[in-house]
Unconditional design. Sequence first.
Length: 103
Amino acid sequence: MSNAYPENHPKATTIMVLGILGLVLCQLLGPVAWIMGRGALREIDASGGRLGGRSNVKVGYICGIIGTVALVLAVVAGVVAAVSGGGGDTAEAFGLGAAVFSL
């Protein structure tokens, strides 16, 4: 009797783990999961049903996209902070003035 389910893509679990780690711990892994996930999804689609694990790959792929967006936003925020003088008073950065906070 043959197995009713196709064999998972060999990188399905790896992509899922990279995507989750890229979302939660280290956003540098996000682009890796995104790129690997895109390739694995293409391979799964081209396999004609011989490869499974699409849901695991999709989870890693989507988490990789979100992690990449978080990475880009963090880099942009860092650049903005560096250009605006970085480490200045928060009230001044938002234009609230020191008088608001002096009691």
